[in-house]
Design a protein around this ligand. Structure first.
Ligand code: CA
Ligand code: CA
Length: 329
């Protein structure tokens, strides 16, 4: 190497960290940080065999691994436009500021039926549905999921319609386009260049550094599911303050765990087989909207980047929150 090129590479090395540093997040009128996500392409979905999954999750019934056909086929998706994505889930404080500024009444309050909540005295076995939480009950709402949350925690018990209302209000009041991410945008952002089950790798235990999922702390309150808990503690038996765990390569926190996140798309089991390559937006019609990423109460298998779950747009639940997208101008 000549002196000149040695000097050049030294200069390059000195400058590299500065060049590689993530750009500062954009912060909007409600104090919500948004991270720039570049355009790009990725392989969406999963076609892992039940045998491979059973090896990673020996405590699970085999049927769980054959019930996820909607994750296949793995298919190439191109995200043609860069966008901004919430660095974290929408927090309780951000949602409250939205309600105060807009006058919007969340669906669980407006329809009077309330939401779901944690009640230590409630026994799932005594109910027909065997649901893990008590509800619906008007004592529960975004304000009260039955466990303590301060303004930094992800808001839960919010419906898909609530999420769209918040995005629409932000769009009107700021003059930028806000919306829910499509499923493809969500998975692209969650993977951040990885092909593994989680952005932290394939091992469920790798989630301990990056995600609040069903762990030994959460299992204290649901002892009969302790076999499904990650073997570790993060000090949070319920939601954790948004952004508490290590981010992925795009600088996004809590893409796995903490609160499920509504996406824009309708769900259809067969959609991946006919999905366009460029900017897929999901089926044209449907009855249920997709949510992604798992929650503080979700077993690690269901927090995988490719896992899809869904609910009707008026569903409100202790585990379901949102993350908003802002389009690049
Ligand atoms: Ca936890
Ligand atoms: Ca999440």
């Amino acid at each position: 190497m000549s002196k000149c090129s040695a000097l050049l590479s030294l200069t390059f090395m000195i400058w590299l960290p500065a060049l590689a540093a993530a750009p500062a997040p954009l912060v909007n009128s409600l104090g919500m940080p948004f991270v720039p996500i570049p355009a790009g392409e990725f392989m969406m979905g999963s076609d892992e065999s039940p045998a491979a999954l059973a090896q990673a999750w020996p405590a699970y019934d085999l049927k769980r691994f054959t019930d996820i056909g909607d994750e296949a086929p793995v298919h190439r998706v191109r995200i043609t436009r860069p966008f901004y994505l919430g660095q974290t889930e929408v927090t309780v404080g951000q949602f409250r500021r939205f309600l105060e500024a807009s006058g919007y009444i969340p669906e669980s309050v407006a329809d009077g039926t309330g939401a779901y909540g944690y009640n230590p005295a409630y026994d799932p076995a005594t109910t027909t549905r065997g649901d893990a939480f008590e509800g619906r009950d008007s004592k529960y709402s975004w304000r009260n999921p039955g466990f303590a949350q301060d303004d930094s925690h992800p808001v839960v018990n919010v419906t898909w319609n609530d999420a769209v209302a918040m995005a629409d209000w932000l769009s009107r009041s700021e003059g930028h386009v806000y919306r829910l991410p499509t499923e493809a945008e969500w998975e692209y952002a969650a993977r951040a260049g990885t092909r593994t089950r989680y952005h932290s790798g394939d091992a469920p235990a790798s989630l301990l550094n990056v995600a609040n999922v069903f762990d030994a702390d959460a299992a204290q309150n649901w002892k009969k599911w302790a076999d499904y808990a990650l073997d570790g503690r993060d000090g949070h038996a319920f939601t954790a303050p948004a952004g508490s765990y290590a981010p992925n390569a795009f600088g996004l926190h809590d893409m796995h765990g903490n609160a499920w996140e509504w996406t824009a798309d309708w769900h259809d089991d067969g959609y991946y087989a006919i999905s366009p390559v460029d900017d897929p937006t999901g089926p044209a019609t449907g009855s249920v909207r997709v949510r992604r990423g798992g929650s503080w109460h979700t077993w690690s298998f269901y927090a995988r980047a490719s896992f899809r779950n869904w609910n009707t747009p008026d569903t409100r639940y202790t585990l379901v929150g949102m993350r908003l997208l802002r389009e690049a101008d």
